[in-house]
Design a protein around this ligand. Structure first.
Ligand code: ADP
Length: 164
């Protein structure tokens, strides 16, 4: 167990089983995992920030050392405020690498004390993504293998509301 906390930032639009798997594994390594939803005014998600936080809360209710939060602005500023120096990110396939590599370099450049830690996806979740969930849910498809059971109704309701 490492001391201290790590911050797992992302869109979580919505949280998937792949995200929860990463959070569970990180929670075994750190005293505390802060899951931080990026509130990006340039990128309107499908779900409101409040909805994403609420779904994350339900999806992580079984993990005792997890805190759910949201942030705007620079991730490194958020880390400073949260008194954390580790950023957790996940890697699924080679296509994730380029983008993650770039972001990690930028963060290191502007805040040298910060380390980005990458965790490989579990093979079962290698193809699970929030965008797949949104695409399938929009057409009323089966998302039971992609997201935690406890948020399925929330997702279905959001799409039902949108179509009325
Ligand atoms: P972002 O918009 O910041 O990429 P996401 O919510 O899509 O936010 O993902 C947050 C982090 O979780 C990213 O590092 C992403 O690579 C990782 N991630 C997403 N899905 C999975 C998965 N199935 N397995 C492992 N890591 C994942």
């Amino acid at each position: 167990m490492y001391k201290g906390r790590c911050v797992y930032p992302g869109s979580f639009d919505p949280v998937t089983l792949g995200h929860v798997d990463l959070i569970e594994r990180a929670a075994k390594l750190y005293d505390e995992v802060i899951v931080a939803v990026l509130n990006n005014p340039d990128k309107n998600g499908k779900f409101s920030i409040e909805m994403r936080l609420s779904m994350l809360g339900k999806a992580c209710a079984h993990i005792h050392n997890v805190r759910i939060d949201s942030f705007g602005g620079l991730l490194v500023d958020y880390l400073r405020k949260a008194e954390a120096s580790i950023v957790l990110r996940g890697l699924r396939a080679v296509m994730d690498f380029e983008n993650e590599f770039r972001m990690a370099q930028v963060n290191r450049q502007i805040a040298p004390g910060i380390e980005t830690l990458f965790m490989m996806t579990s093979p079962a979740y290698a193809y699970v993504s929030s965008s797949a969930v949104r695409q399938i849910a929009a057409f009323g498809g089966d998302i039971t293998t992609l997201v935690p059971q406890v948020i399925i109704t929330d997702i279905q309701n959001a799409y039902a509301d949108a179509s009325t």
